[in-house]
Design a protein around this ligand. Structure first.
Ligand code: FAD
Ligand code: SF4
Length: 289
């Protein structure tokens, strides 16, 4: 595989063995299970996650200090959750020395940049113990999600149980059992413009990154990227936290992850070049591709 998948030490398909976690997890419950294990083992002393906010499906970053807190944050919210901006709060108000944090690829980049040039993150850069990245093709503003759900899908935000992008569609599942699918050509125009110049699909800079793509329904593809990420993953597997399959034995497998990563990179590179041709973002380089 090429650079589109970033550096990694191991990759597999996995899902949590904990039924409570799986019940409302987005995919294989990897994020919630890993943070739960990391908390229990003292690998982290709290995790910054995207919990419920004041409006339905508008995430609010908060510090989870136990499994019950982590369970409240399960599931993907398709709009911005400013988890990185909560790092200072996590050290100051919650007194965390070993922080866990989940985020999109761009948020993983912000964390690593903050560690290298800790201007805004002074005194906290060495406190990131576990950064879990989630795959990401695109994201939306909250207003856009409301429009997609209420205007295009005809559903109330508060009745939505789960949202998901997969198999070329945006899926909306409600508490009363309705399933609405929107073609991506409808959702594309609602995407954040910044996502159209983003060159990372699989959170290359995370300790561990995960997403649904590549694995069967209810399972996740998991990359262990850093040495500490690999150590934690191995310990969690040995403790029975995950069922695991070699990625070569599942369908659609790594080939699809590579294909989508390449599609994102190539499409967005074109946008970057177009913008550079009229002087915007000239000289922009991805640090890792
Ligand atoms: P769970 O155990 O259910 O936990 C999910 C965790 O994600 C929670 O801790 C929660 O705090 C956190 N979270 C939820 N929403 C956000 C958010 N907006 N920002 C930061 N953290 C959040 N996967 C793919 O395979 N392909 C994609 O194209 C893809 N696109 C995505 C786009 C977005 C905007 C997001 C947020 C996620 C995307 N994912 C994609 C990842 C996927 O939807 C799941 O989040 C991932 O597989 C983790 O599932 P899980 O069952 O392990 O997590
Ligand atoms: Fe961030 Fe890129 Fe995902 Fe947009 S597509 S939310 S910029 S990681």
């Amino acid at each position: 595989m090429g650079t589109e998948l970033g550096n990694y030490k191991a990759v597999c398909s996995a899902r949590s063995t904990d039924k409570d976690i799986l019940k409302r997890a987005q995919d294989g419950g990897i994020v919630t299970q890993l943070f739960t294990f990391a908390l229990e083992e003292g690998f982290i002393d709290g995790a910054i996650v995207s919990g419920p906010g004041e409006e339905p499906w508008r995430p609010r970053p908060f510090v989870a200090m136990c499994k019950e807190d982590l369970l409240k944050a399960r599931g993907t919210k398709y709009n911005l959750s400013p988890n990185v901006s909560f790092i200072k709060e996590a050290t100051r108000s919650f007194g965390l020395d070993k922080i866990g944090i989940v985020g999109t690829p761009c948020q993983m980049q912000a964390i690593r940049k903050g560690q290298l040039y800790p201007m805004g993150l002074r005194d906290v850069d060495d406190k990131i113990a576990l950064a879990i990245g989630i795959f990401c093709m695109e994201n939306f503003s909250y207003q856009s999600i409301v429009q997609l759900v209420e205007d295009h899908a005809g559903q109330k935000m508060e009745s939505v149980k789960k949202m998901e992008i997969g198999k070329g569609k945006f899926w909306i599942y409600t508490d009363r059992g309705a399933v609405v699918q929107l073609p991506l050509k409808v959702t594309h125009k609602y995407e954040q413009p910044g996502c159209h110049v983003c060159l990372d699909y699989v959170a290359n800079l995370a300790d561990i990154s995960t997403g649904s793509v590549g694995s069967p329904d209810g399972w996740s593809t998991v990359f262990a990227r850093s040495t500490s990420g690999q150590t934690l993953w191995d310990k969690a597997v040995a403790a029975g936290c995950f069922e695991m399959k070699p990625i070569e034995q599942v369908k659609p497998g790594l080939e699809l992850v590579s294909k989508l990563a390449n599609e994102k990179i190539n499409k967005n590179r074109k946008t970057l070049e177009e913008r550079a041709s009229f002087g915007v973002g000239k000289g922009l380089r991805s640090p890792y591709i």
